[in-house]
Every structure is written in C-alpha cells, then in structure tokens.
Design a protein around this ligand. Sequence first.
Ligand code: GLY
Length: 395
Amino acid sequence: MPTVELKLPGKDHGYEILIEPGAIDALGERLAQIAPHAKAAAILDENIESSHGRVALRALKRGGYDVTVGVMPASEKMKSLKTVQDLLAVLLDAKLERKSPVVAIGGGIIGDTAGYVAASYLRGVPFVQVPTTLLSMVDASVGGKVGVNVKQGKNLIGAFHQPVLVCIDTDVLKTLPDRELRCGLAECVKHGVIRDPDLFAWIEDNVQRILDLESDALVELVKRNVEIKAAVVTEDEKEQGVRAHLNFGHTFAHAIEASPQAQAEADEPKRRRFAPPQRFETPKPKPESHAYEGPYAHGEAVSLGMVAATSLAVSAGRCDGALLDRLVALLDRIGLPTSSDKLADTDLLMGIMQTDKKVKDGHVRLVLPDRMGAVSVVNDTPADAIAAAWDAIRA
Ligand code: GLY
C-alpha cells in the first residue's frame, strides 16, 4: 500500500500515512499492530455514519477491538468544549484505558475534536485519523493540530497531539459532495504555490481527471500533497517557522469566514437601540459566537484568500503578475471563487484580521508568494495595501 512516513526529529518513532483505494478495510489489522488493545473509541461524522463509518467499525472489530462509538455532526458549532466534555464522558463511562486508541472517522471538524479528546483523555491516548474529505486527507489529518472553537475565536483551544496512524481511503472521495472535493483542491493548489511548482503544474494538467474521480489521479493527488504536508510538519512541528507557510490565503479566509458572525454582532446593538421602548421582547438567543457558517465553505474562502494575498504581493512588487494569472486560471477551472460580491465591508474584514491568532505585536502576519513554489511571512504590510487586496477580490 502506498505509504508516507512522517518522522518527527527527537521522537523515537514516526507514523504511517496509508493511502489507497479501499484502505479502510485494512484499518483494524494495521492498528492492531501499532496500538493493540481490547478497547477502542470511534468518533464518527454523522454524514458518513451509515456508509464509510460502518465499514471502518467492521474493520476495527476485525482488528480485535471492542469499539465504543460517539457520533457528532460535522458543524463548526459542534467543534466545542461542550462536545469534548460529552465525548470524554462517553469514554470514561466505557472505561477506556491509557492504551485504548481513539479513532476519528470523518472530516476536519471530527478529526480536530476527536484529536483533542484523545489528547485530554487520561492525559493522552493513541489517536488515529481516518479522514473522509479531501481537505482533511491533504491537510488536517496530518500534523497533529487538534482543538476546538470558543466564542473568542476559531481553533483557540487545542494541542499538538500527533496520530499514531493516518488511514486514507481515496475511494471515499467518490462519494464526497462535489463542492467539498473542490474545497479540498484549494489546499492542494496552496501546497503547489508555497512549495512545489511541479505539483501546481501537475494539478493544471490533471484537473479534469481529478474532477472525474479517476482512481489513479486521486491517489497521486493525495500522495503528493500528504508528502508536502508531512515534510513541512517534520521541519517545524510547532509552527515556529516554515509551518506558517501553510497559512497562505488563510488570514484573509478566516476574516471571510468570521464576517457573517461579526456583522451580526455589530448590528445587534442597533437593533436593540431602535426597538420601541414600550414593546416587551423576550431575550432572543444570542447567535452562537462560534457559528462560522456563511456563504463560503473553508476551501472557497481559502481560494479567495489566496487571490487576495497574491494580488497584494503583485502590487507590492514581490512577485510577477503571471503567477496571479496562473493561480486565478486554475482556481476558475476547479470551480472555486476568485472574486466575490458577498464580502463584508473592508473595515469589518480588517478589524477581524486584527483578532487573528497570528497577529503579532499588532501586525497582521501574511504569507505572500515570492514566486511559484516559494513564499515569505511578511509582518509589516501597510493597512492600505491590505485594504487594496480586499478590493482586488470584490466582483
Ligand atoms: N492546517 C495548517 C497546519 O496544519 O499547520
């Protein structure tokens, strides 16, 4: 089975990332060699519970595990401390032990939440990722970042807890909603821009084979991207340096994703101020502060964010306009947005960028391309250049 090995410096063993059509069938037997135990927990994405989830559970049973199952919806609202607390209670009630693996089966929301459960339970138990979206296969499932959202922001509470095994079944992509496949491709394009011109060119040449779900193209796509992610994490597990390059497009993207909520909060006092004083209103439930669902899914926001960041780099004379043209052309062919008429006011978006966890001493940290395959972290971009980048992606 094609396998990528991720070995972190200073740790005595690495972990395998299995990549193959049908890989889930081998999950139990492989895991039993790595983390044998009588009990395991599986935390399943509600969307795939009756399909790939069932196959994974059967495979775990074949590996000898008595499996306790927790199911959660794949919603950012559910990626919370409350869900972690509930799942920890399930594990405690089932008397899982220090060597019982916790297996996440689903997309990034499930992997992040289950990973934090695994990092916290008895101060850390073996964790396994079985990603079922392209986005989680090529990004979230590899590298050990786990955590949840809180009302103050996304992914602010978490840990680095590396999995002991990542099992990627590329056949699963054949049942993935088309929009999610395109969203995952945004992260693949990102990998090409930040590190691998050959990968970028390969995606240009193979977009149609990927969108047609050709098995060989899917395996090649996932393998090449996982190799990049694994190499970055091996170089810089705790994001002290090169791992920050993975944030290309993401500072803009997070602002896009957070803006519906920020707009709702900005509008809320006005609504109260203009309510007729004589009318009694029962308090309305406050919108969940960690509800990020807006018009754009994460990969779509990343697509817009990469175009904004590259436009900024071109305007600042950091990179050639030809890179921007190639990027926009490829994202268009994939069917990802490259401009938008649904963006919030620039002031609101700029305000959200200031709350990003990557802000350092009040400076927004942006990852900007220098040329295809090379980027830099830039801390001193003037506010008017950032505002111009937002204008550059307005339709
Ligand atoms: N998804 C970005 C990272 O793993 O660092």
